[in-house]
Design a protein around this ligand. Structure first.
Ligand code: DSN
Length: 394
């Protein structure tokens, strides 16, 4: 690059990514092909509107691109184009979720989602987000004992509160979600069911996590987590909702789509349709299960007892180590995680009781069960010195 300052930052970040173990559950490493599409000339083009209905000239290739990516998205998730549409323009997950509410829920009406401190997302109705300011949030939690969703409680709450829309799909919940139960809950409340599959989209694509499409009215997803694409998002909607969703994305929330991101989504969708991706996703889950189990064996408490997905929470404070302390100590030794609230946490978000670990990124680097055992031992050794209770040193 001519800009040596920038070139140096890119080089430094490349080195950092190579030399650390990335256990951030929402991150991954994209392929060189995805990077190529992101850095392509599509970044130069404005394409406000939708294929065939743009506000600027010169969009014949953009139209071809957007339609191709829509087709690939519907195909990958086995959605019939007779009943489903997909909007591939959202810049990322937060604007995608806000666009759904804007399109389908009158301002001030109720949106029901999982509490942030129990695994939900800011855009599922948290007061600090537009979703909790422009709409009235109703929160459900997880069961205190099992730390899993309690569908009877959620049903009772939904019947009482009658939200216009219910969100299922989270950022820090490690268990399989029963989408059929959520469909019944939404029907009982007369609500629209939106599944935010951002975290587990890649697992759904590979068939290692249940697909939400037969139950949901709307499915949102980011494309950069387990799906291993660019930082972007998509909104799938049943046809009856699609026009309202499209208007909410543009011009409701966004301006012109980032065509380079859309091109890169297209590359990632194609990659995710290949047998190698199925193998990858299976290994992601195996790795998470192994890592959780190996940490459990060494005395660390795993929230809800384990995982069915790519991620899980460790209650480090049960062993006397706060989440902040744990994440900082691990980072000093090259293991990158995030501190995280655990259900019914008595500590604060800046220094909560736990950490969240995920295996999507390390699996992309080719790591398997053997490496997970080593990582569990490393984590345990690094945190051992801070632990005030007995942690097994194996
Ligand atoms: N920040 C993402 C995560 O880490 O799960 C969600 O938006």
């Amino acid at each position: 690059m001519i800009d040596k300052v920038l070139e140096n930052l890119i080089r430094k970040e490349t080195k950092r990514q190579k030399e650390t173990i990335n256990l951030i559950a929402s991150e991954n490493y994209v392929s060189p092909e995805v990077l190529k599409a992101l850095g392509s000339v599509f970044t130069n083009k404005y394409a406000e509107g939708y294929p065939g209905k743009r506000y600027y000239g010169g969009n014949e290739v953009a139209d071809e691109l957007e339609k191709l990516v829509q087709e690939r998205a519907l195909k990958l998730f086995k959605c019939s184009s007779k009943t489903w549409s997909v909007n591939v323009q959202p810049y990322s997950g937060s604007p995608a979720n806000i666009a759904v509410y804007l399109g389908l829920v009158p301002l001030g009406e109720k949106i029901m989602g999982l509490r942030l401190d129990m695994g939900g997302h800011l855009t599922h109705g948290h007061k600090a987000s537009l979703s909790g300011k422009l709409w009235q949030p109703v929160y459900y939690g997880v069961n205190k004992k099992t730390e899993k969703l309690d569908y009877d409680e959620i049903l009772a709450l939904a019947k009482k509160e009658k939200p216009k829309l219910i969100v299922a799909g989270y950022t820090a919940y490690s268990r399989i979600i029963d989408f059929r139960k959520f469909k019944k809950i939404a029907e009982a409340a007369g609500a629209i069911l939106m599944v935010d599959m951002s975290h587990f989209a890649g697992l759904v694509a590979a068939g290692v996590y249940p697909s939400p499409f037969s139950c949901a009215d709307i499915v949102t997803t980011t494309t950069h987590k387990t799906l291993r694409g660019p930082r972007a998002a998509m909104i799938f909607s049943r046809k009856e909702f699609s026009e309202r969703i499209n208007k909410a994305v543009f011009p409701g929330v966004q301006g012109g789509p980032h065509l380079n991101q859309i091109a890169a989504i297209g590359v990632a969708l194609d990659e995710a349709s290949k047998p190698a991706f199925k193998k990858y996703a299976r290994q992601v889950v195996r790795n998470a299960k192994t890592l959780a189990e190996e940490l459990r064996k060494r005395g660390w408490r795993i929230v809800s007892g384990g995982t069915d997905t790519h991620l899980f929470l460790v209650d480090t404070f049960a062993a006397g180590v706060s989440g902040k302390e744990a994440s900082e100590k691990l980072e000093q030794r090259g293991i990158i995680v995030n501190k995280n609230m655990i259900p019914y946490d008595s500590r604060n978000p800046q220094d909560p009781s736990g950490i969240r670990l995920g295996t999507a990124a390390v699996t992309t680097r080719g790591m398997k069960e053997k490496e997970m055992k080593k990582i569990a031992q490393l984590i345990s050794d690094i945190l051992f010195s801070n632990s005030k209770v007995k942690i097994t040193k194996t």
